[in-house]
Design a protein around this ligand. Sequence first.
Ligand SMILES: N[C@@H](CCC(=O)N[C@@H](CS)C(=O)NCC(=O)O)C(=O)O
Length: 261
Amino acid sequence: MATENAKVKLYWLEKSRAQNILWLLEELKIEYEIETFRRGSDQLAPPELKKIHPLGKSPLVSVTPPGSSEPRVLAESGFITQYLSEHFGQETTMMPKRWKNGQEGKVGGETEEWLRWQYILHFVEGSFMSTLMMAVVVNMLKSNKVPFFIRPITGMVANQILSSFVLPTLKGQLAFLEKQLETSGGNFLCGKNLTSADVLISFGLVSIKDRLEEFGSWPAGGPKAVYPKLYSYIARLEAEPGYRRSIEKIKEIDSSLGIEY
Ligand SMILES: N[C@@H](CCC(=O)N[C@@H](CS)C(=O)NCC(=O)O)C(=O)O
């Protein structure tokens, strides 16, 4: 698709991973439109989003090619990230170079950076976010959202699920990310440059960084001592100018809209 004059629109939901895509659009330095949505009192997305895409989740992005009036609706954060990076990221570091010189199109001819980038795009939604969601939802069984007289029982069940399955899985994924950072040869997951894989994982990491101790026990020093590289990396992501701009952008649109990680 020729990208000049393509119209891009982000359907952004408050307190959601749509913030990643807003950051990505800022990095791509393209013009885009943004429509904001609030969650209902049930914390779900409003029904209007179902008119854009049948699943009614956010982020959603529509791309209208130049000369067309037919927007293509993209859903699923990983797919949106890949599509936007491939079409609009050529002049940026968002998508690493795919082929080693002279190895174009060959099995095994891909660069290490590109393989990492593709892998992380799938890992984020395929593994990481579902573990985080499970941790957060199971943890609610311990909270004051549950009537106090059954909370001792739901709390016991929650602790059992967290300690036997969720936290070990999450710790494995965080240790994996720590190792990725150790071996990337740079400050980011794929190497020296910030890519859209870093952008895509940011919402999950920022939202969970201060909550890990709620999910079970940790060695002395807590998660920060266990994953020092990961915690420095999260701080670097939060200091990125594009990340800061994405937060300012929402405040400019409506200061009452929640980003809340
Ligand atoms: N797998 C989807 C997940 C989308 C998703 O669940 N989005 C959440 C926001 S973080 C949402 O729309 N929640 C509101 C709801 O479930 O009604 C993706 O990769 O984008």
